[in-house]
Ligand binder design. Structure first.
Ligand SMILES: [Zn+2]
Length: 371
């Protein structure tokens, strides 16, 4: 029934609003499997990671691009990928995603990833930079020292802005989203920076994370925030976007715009925040690529409360070109199913369906990020 009601959105224009570099070095099967998932430990015998939704999505959407039948087995896929070579495979997969622009996050720093312009060249689409706040702070602090850190970071952020269309925070990973929402005082930042530089390690101090976020607010650019699932470096319970409500409240009249990335399994919380706060948006990246066919159900849940002008497409592809294509193909397919279902039910006039599809696919991103 759902298939009969489906809207054909295979030609829908997509802006990939959050994505990363890819690797084109040859990968063995175990490494490829790990790149496909958020796991970092080898799978136990008898339960391979790709015997899952993301594996089904890989076989469905990517196999035909490498000259195999849709649904070809993972082993056949990996054999064919090796035969073609990773660069040929990457070019086919990225071009097939048919993206009109890419917003490339330069973190996390993993050696050997193709930089943004090279990914854009493979996708035949322009790229736009997103400034990663914690990464920038970690490069500034050792040079500035604790006393000058607050201003040095703000200066470095301003210097990084030309050409950038957004900033990005992974405070969810480093501390969790339950942050004091207020802007920290200069003296607090000095003390926290001194403690951090003395103890070393990654930036995890909540005072400093707040300083970064408020400097990002000052830029006026949209702030992308990691929320929801990710790799096991994230404490999932601390990534619920509902924890950000005090920050949403504190930034309501500052001109800030907050983009909640990923969101799953807290996507309904994100939808609510996007409804009640005019400056809050939700993005389906990562969720779309990893849930496979089940993304249709989750997309329908995203669309329960979030206004249609507040929901954005991205793949959050990282490392593998396959994740760019899975995200794009699954999004077009699932959106066609969800909107087609609304039309068949009489809930959505057919003339509005394409307008809404266009908003989610690219128009919202073009407006929000000023592309
Ligand atoms: Zn990401």
């Amino acid at each position: 029934m759902a298939v009969l009601n489906m809207l054909d959105l295979s030609g829908l224009d997509l802006v990939d609003g959050h994505c990363h570099g890819i690797t084109t070095t040859p990968l063995d099967d175990a490494a490829f499997e790990l790149w496909c998932t958020e796991a970092d430990e080898p799978a136990p015998v008898g339960a391979p990671y790709l015997d899952s939704q993301v594996g089904l999505a890989l076989r469905r959407w990517c196999a035909p691009l490498l000259g195999l039948d849709a649904g070809a087995g993972v082993e056949d896929y990996l054999w064919q990928r090796r035969r073609l070579g990773p660069e040929e495979a990457a070019g086919r997969l990225l071009r097939a995603a048919c993206l009109s622009a890419l917003l490339v996050d330069t973190g996390p720093a993993v050696s050997g990833l193709l930089p943004a312009p090279a990914v854009g060249a493979l996708a035949a689409a322009p790229t736009h930079a997103v400034v990663r706040l914690e990464q920038l702070a970690e490069s500034v602090a050792p040079v500035s020292g604790p006393d000058a850190f607050a201003d040095a970071f703000a200066d470095a952020l301003r210097a990084a802005l030309p050409g950038a269309v957004a900033t990005k925070s992974i405070a969810a990973y480093r501390h969790g989203l339950g942050l004091d929402p207020t802007r920290p005082q200069p003296q607090e930042v000095r003390v926290a920076a001194a403690r951090w530089l003395r103890d070393g390690g990654r930036l995890t101090d909540p005072v400093l994370l707040r300083h970064l976020l408020w400097c990002a607010v000052d830029t006026g650019l949209p702030i992308q925030l990691h929320t929801g699932f990710g790799d096991r470096d994230a404490l999932l319970a601390r990534t619920d976007p509902a924890l950000l409500q005090p920050f949403c409240e504190a930034t309501l009249r500052t001109g800030a715009r907050l983009v909640l990335l990923h969101c799953y399994p807290y996507h309904r919380q994100a939808g609510w925040l996007a409804q009640v706060y005019p400056h809050v948006y939700a993005d389906v990246g990562l969720t779309v690529a990893h849930l496979g066919a089940r993304f249709t159900a989750v997309l329908a849940e995203f669309l329960e409360l979030a206004p249609f002008g507040k929901l954005l497409y991205s793949s959050d592809a990282f490392g593998l070109p396959e994740l760019y294509l899975i995200g794009a193909a699954q999004f077009r397919h699932s959106l066609g199913q969800v909107l087609g279902g609304f039309v068949a039910d009489g809930a959505l006039p057919a003339t509005d369906a394409l307008r809404i599809a266009d908003q989610l696919g690219s128009a919202n991103a073009r407006r929000l990020y000023g592309l």
